[in-house]
Design a protein around this ligand. Structure first.
Ligand SMILES: [Fe+2]
Length: 301
């Protein structure tokens, strides 16, 4: 049934965006082969892919991706981006320095000179993303945001994505979260219910199933989830971590985050969808800049 669903969606994809180039990329989906990485790196990538398949998430450190010079430049870049005019949208608890308005559908230029943007198309991360989906993928969105406490909200009340939810997708969506501040229990860690991603075959999703493909996320009955957690205590993962922690999660699985009691959390979010998914990239990248990218990086636009 699931396979039929994916095939229907691929057919939808052809008809909804029928362009020669897109059609060729669609055909390439059937013969995906990746040999862009060294053997040492391949073992690391394969380990992370198998953790993702098994649990729905995996954790890395920025040191696995960037050398110390690049890390320093990345942190400098974050400080510069924080000087940008910040914006607050529907999720009032987030101060956005990049993005936060994905649902408005506005296109955005991909800033190839920025270390943060470069991290989003790091070959190791892209190989994990494509290896997980076994399809060509694109980068849909980038966000950099800081959480804040809301004075008007009672402390016990979680709103929007602070509640358990599933992101919209056909067959999974990967998000890569990077902490740019130390994140403690009370400063809004990302939380995930292990094995609730649809790629995990044994999980009984009848209780909290979603088939939302468009628009916003799916918010199931929170009380039912609390009861589920009571019986499955090991399933709930709370990602406390120091600055530089990277979490990759299939957010088709149940997750929540950003609920602050004390302190703040500065975090970037990169969003990746397989090519057949109706949710497309928001980025534009001019041809000259794109030609300087590696093969796997080009695929993501
Ligand atoms: Fe989400």
């Amino acid at each position: 049934m699931e396979k039929l669903f994916i095939y229907i969606d691929r057919i939808y994809y052809i008809f909804s965006s029928f362009k020669a180039k897109a059609f060729l990329k669609f055909l390439k989906i059937f013969s995906i082969k990746r040999t862009h990485i060294s053997l040492h790196n391949k073992l690391f990538v394969d380990k992370k892919i198998s953790e993702l398949n098994k649990n729905g998430y995996c954790v890395l450190d920025i040191e696995n991706i960037f050398n110390s010079k690049k890390i320093e430049e990345l942190y400098q870049n974050i400080e510069e981006l924080k000087k940008n005019k910040s914006k607050i949208y529907k999720k009032q608890y987030l101060i956005n320095f990049i993005g936060g308005d994905f649902l408005k559908g506005k296109k955005q230029k991909f800033d190839i000179r920025s270390r943060l943007y470069q991290l989003s198309i790091n070959p190791t991360l892209l190989n994990i993303v494509e290896g997980y989906f076994k399809y060509y993928c694109h980068i849909a969105d980038i966000q950099l945001a800081e959480t804040r406490t809301l004075k008007n909200e009672p402390k016990s009340k979680r709103i929007y994505s602070q509640r358990w939810h599933r992101d919209p997708s056909v067959n999974g969506v990967l998000k890569i979260f990077t902490y740019f501040s130390d994140v403690h229990e009370t400063s809004g860690p990302f939380e995930y219910l292990q094995n609730t991603h649809s790629k995990f075959p044994e999980f009984d999703q009848k209780l909290i199933k979603s088939r939302r493909l468009f628009g916003g996320s799916f918010y199931p009955d929170q009380e039912k989830i609390d009861l589920f957690i009571k019986d499955h205590k090991n399933y709930k993962k709370s990602f406390i971590g120091k600055k530089g922690t990277i979490i990759i999660a299939d957010t088709d699985g149940l997750h929540r985050g950003g609920y602050i009691q004390n302190g703040t959390r500065l975090m970037s979010t990169f969003v990746y969808y397989p090519y057949y998914d109706p949710i497309k990239t928001r980025f534009t990248l001019n041809r000259n800049l794109k030609s300087k990218l590696s093969g796997i990086q080009k695929d993501f636009f």
